[in-house]
Design a protein around this ligand. Structure first.
Ligand code: IPE
Ligand code: IPE
Ligand code: MG
Length: 247
């Protein structure tokens, strides 16, 4: 199946590409278990797939790709798994950053700065800065990300502007909220893909997903293929999005 993903690309309607795809990369632990390995080996295998999806996104001309790497709830895992994941995410970024930057990718981390190890944020920033000139593909890594945490932080920022008199309460609207999220200035996701058979959002982009289309697959993340990715987009292109309107 993987070999024929290039045959699927011509089936895509270039005029109707989603602007923004967000992925919930789930099932690494179960994949490892099925291969009689430790859970963390599933995460390691998952990184390779992220790389393939970024390449595919560039190949088809996608503008925004957001991947869920670590949620605010994932701190509830064992110290060993948490530390492994934090290191894996940072090391993978550092490994790939030059190639990604040279390929026109603009990289941002979406998430809370709280609880991350000392120096983590600075290191991410130092590594990503050069990519911020780019605009071919915007790659967001949702790291220490939680949709509720994001809204709490937005409310605090908005309240502070209201208290300081900078912002009139009557002027607060949906855009005020959108503009204070980690995703400020980005289009909402058109398509959200989740692997591993779970049918839930798990605190992902809860404000931004209001009118997203959803695509679920039983495939575990380390087994997710470019073909499936393209197939998800083809399915998306066959949907009728109404946004509550009649036509
Ligand atoms: C997704 O895989 C990766 C992260 C949540 C970091 P999981 O680790 O959740 O794998 P399962 O769901 O336990 O199989
Ligand atoms: C969602 O997966 C978070 C990431 C993919 C990073 P989880 O495995 O943490 O979600 P639940 O626990 O199944 O809802
Ligand atoms: Mg999971």
């Amino acid at each position: 199946m993987e070999s024929d993903y290039k045959d699927l690309i011509p089936q895509l309607d270039k005029e109707k590409l989603p602007q923004h795809i967000a992925i919930i990369m789930d099932g690494n632990g179960r994949w490892a278990q099925a291969h009689k390995m430790k859970r963390v080996n599933g995460h390691k295998a998952g990184v390779k797939v992220v790389k393939q999806m970024v390449e595919t996104a560039r190949e088809i001309g996608l503008k925004y790709l957001t991947v869920y790497a670590f949620s605010t709830e994932n701190w509830g895992r064992s110290d060993y798994e948490v530390n492994y994941l934090l290191k894996l995410i940072l090391d993978s970024l550092i490994n790939e950053i030059d190639e990604l930057t040279n390929n026109g990718v603009n990289i941002h981390f979406l998430g809370s700065k709280e609880r991350l190890p000392k120096g983590y944020e600075k290191k991410v920033e130092e590594n990503c800065r050069r990519s911020w000139e780019n605009s071919e593909l915007f790659l967001n890594v949702a790291m220490n990300y939680g949709g509720r945490q994001e809204l709490v932080e937005a409310v605090k920022k908005i309240a502070a502007s209201a208290v300081s008199g900078e912002l009139a309460i009557a002027d607060i609207d949906g855009n005020t909220i959108s503009d204070n999220l980690y995703t400020a200035g980005m289009p909402d996701p058109d398509l959200i893909i989740r692997t591993s058979g779970e049918i839930r959002l798990s605190n992902y982009l809860i404000w931004q997903s209001t009118y997203a289309e959803f695509w679920f697959t039983e495939t575990l993340w380390p087994d997710f293929t470019r073909s499936e990715f393209i197939q998800a987009i083809i399915d998306y292109q066959n949907r009728k999005r109404r946004f509550g309107k009649r036509k």
